[in-house]
Design a protein around this ligand. Structure first.
Ligand SMILES: NC(=O)c1ccc[n+]([C@@H]2O[C@H](COP(=O)([O-])OP(=O)(O)OC[C@H]3O[C@@H](n4cnc5c(N)ncnc54)[C@H](OP(=O)(O)O)[C@@H]3O)[C@@H](O)[C@H]2O)c1
Length: 284
């Protein structure tokens, strides 16, 4: 008797399904089993054990992502971003499931003047970044067939993310001041979700990957692009430096991620960030 394997989407498990990336994954793969925080706390080993089955591909999108608040809540950040991934990795290794875990550009110190590659040394400068690095290390150590995927500057264009905020400020204000001294890789959550689904079909991919839309921009440049794409005057966006918006967590000045590892693995390159932004605004 031949037993056919269930389709991959039936074996996909999405944690953090109520968040930006988790939500887009479930939209693109509606057969996946999605768990929001109320359904599954990834720091709870018994709860994790109850949902992961042999052969599953677990896409971990659950995380503590409040970068500023993490400075005063390190225990909460390390629980979700360090302990949670360790619990998932241990369970995946135990039952024979595969874990794909999301991480961040903030594991880097931000001092480069060329895109960060997966081989570059980490050195987070914030509690959030340190907690995410702890999660990476736990996953790579405990689950030998897991992948860690670093992404950056993720938006969907709604729910108060950066792009949504610029759309709102364009309606509310004559001019908007936006920081021009941080460079990164703006990434459309829909493109990231599609890339993760491609990766889910590629068990032999490298263990550490970077996945962002290509190119680079400052927040100021991204804000101007939002204005341009909707036909507003981009000169209403004015550059300022980070000292104009002091925040508890100092952001890396440079956190552009290289897609070398992604492309070398034969995975489909992401489109340039500006084309992705255009699509995001058209999709609204
Ligand atoms: N957003 C970005 O710009 C960005 C950049 C680089 C990397 N990343 C990484 O990409 C991944 C996805 O980010 P995202 O933007 O989709 O984040 P998000 O929108 O903040 O979603 C994260 C989700 O995880 C949930 N969560 C928190 N603690 C949990 C726990 N212990 N158990 C289960 N669920 C928990 C959150 O629930 P509550 O809302 O109830 O807390 C939230 O629904 C994360 O690993 C993040 O570090 C994001």
């Amino acid at each position: 008797m031949t037993v056919s394997n269930p389709p991959l989407t039936a074996r996909l498990v999405v944690t953090g399904a109520g968040g930006q990336v988790g939500g887009e994954l479930l939209r693109l793969a509606p057969d996946a089993r999605g768990y929001g925080r109320a359904d599954l706390d990834i720091t709870d080993p018994a709860a994790v054990r109850a949902i992961i089955e042999p052969g599953d591909v677990v896409l971990n999108c659950a995380a503590y992502t409040a970068v500023d608040r993490a400075e005063s809540e390190p225990d909460a950040a390390f629980a979700a971003n360090g302990t949670g991934p360790a619990v998932l990795a241990a369970e995946c290794a135990r039952v024979g499931a595969r874990l794909i875990h999301l991480s961040t550009d903030y594991v880097f110190p931000g001092t480069h003047d060329r895109p960060y590659d997966t081989a570059d040394a980490t050195g987070p400068t914030t509690v959030y970044g340190r907690s995410k690095l702890a999660g990476e290390l736990a996953v790579l150590e405990q689950a030998t067939d897991a992948q860690v995927v670093r992404t950056a500057w993720v938006y969907r264009g709604h729910d108060g993310d950066f792009v949504a905020t610029m759309l709102r400020l364009e309606r509310e204000r004559d001019t908007v001041d936006v920081v021009d001294d941080q460079l990164g890789s703006p990434t459309y959550a829909v493109d990231l979700a599609a890339g993760l689904l491609e990766l889910a079909n590629r068990p032999a991919a490298p263990r550490l990957l970077h996945a962002t839309n290509t190119g680079r921009a400052t927040w100021f440049e991204l804000a101007r692009a939002v204005f341009e794409e909707i036909g507003a005057d981009p000169d209403r966006v004015r550059p300022c430096d980070s000292t104009a918006f002091p925040r508890p967590a100092r952001r890396p000045a440079y956190s552009v991620l290289s897609d070398r590892s992604w492309v070398a693995a034969g995975l489909t390159p992401f489109r340039p960030w500006r084309a992705a932004l255009r699509a995001a605004l058209a999709d609204r």
